[in-house]
Ligand binder design. Structure first.
Ligand code: 5GP
Length: 195
């Protein structure tokens, strides 16, 4: 991966339902230097999701073709569907923008192998399991089966927290946002002063 700009890449990972998507959108709204990396997925769109905005929704056949043609920087199978980050999108964005990745621990491991990247890896956790379950149900975006799948992946997901630079407990969305904001701004300041 070529990365010779001053722009940075921020990964936000978490077990499903911790508030990551809301937070990435909030960062992008406040800082127009940031763009969210739109992933490809074979998952079916939720009612509120827009193709090309939330994800590029695609068939499994097409996704596998993209894998075979080496089009992804990383991809993973999660909850029975494929998710991946396309090289072309990242290479185009990073020329002019900082990038936010909303990807899981498997994707984070794969991106971490590119040693030349200016990458900040942040892991978000819910304060406790009860809260996580409540949020998944309240979010009301998935069927009971999907909620159960996401809830039961919690344990295997948090096992990977130590692959990250920062761990943040999302007890309060605004507080969590300010913590992420500070990490990013401090990092940007540091990397600018080094250049
Ligand atoms: P959801 O189906 O709830 O939108 O996402 C399920 C999980 O897939 C989330 O943890 C999300 O971060 C992860 N995810 C979304 N896009 C990608 C991607 O491109 N690569 C990887 N590795 N994970 C992704």
């Amino acid at each position: 991966m070529v990365h010779d700009t001053k722009n940075i890449m921020v990964i936000l990972s978490s077990p499903s339902g911790v508030g990551k998507t809301t937070l990435t959108k909030k960062i992008q709204q406040k800082y127009n230097t940031f763009s969210i990396s739109v992933s490809h997925t074979t998952r079916k769109p939720r009612p509120n999701e827009v193709d090309g905005v939330d994800y590029f929704f695609t068939s499994e056949t097409n996704f596998k073709k993209l894998i075979n043609n080496g089009k992804f920087y990383e991809y993973a199978r999660i909850f029975g569907n494929y998710y991946g980050t396309c090289k072309d999108n990242v290479d185009r964005l990073i020329k002019t923008k900082d990038i936010l990745f909303d990807i899981d621990w498997q994707g984070t491991k794969q991106l971490s192998k590119f040693k030349n990247l200016d990458l900040i890896k942040i892991y978000l956790v819910a304060p406790n399991r009860e809260e996580l379950k409540n949020r998944l149900i309240k979010r009301n975006q998935d069927s009971k089966d999907e909620v159960d799948k996401r809830y039961s992946s919690f344990e295997s997901d948090v096992m990977h927290w130590n692959d990250y630079d920062y761990i943040i407990i999302n007890e309060n969305l605004d507080h969590c946002f300010r913590q992420i904001e500070k990490i990013i701004l401090d990092y940007k300041k540091k990397s600018l002063s080094l250049n």
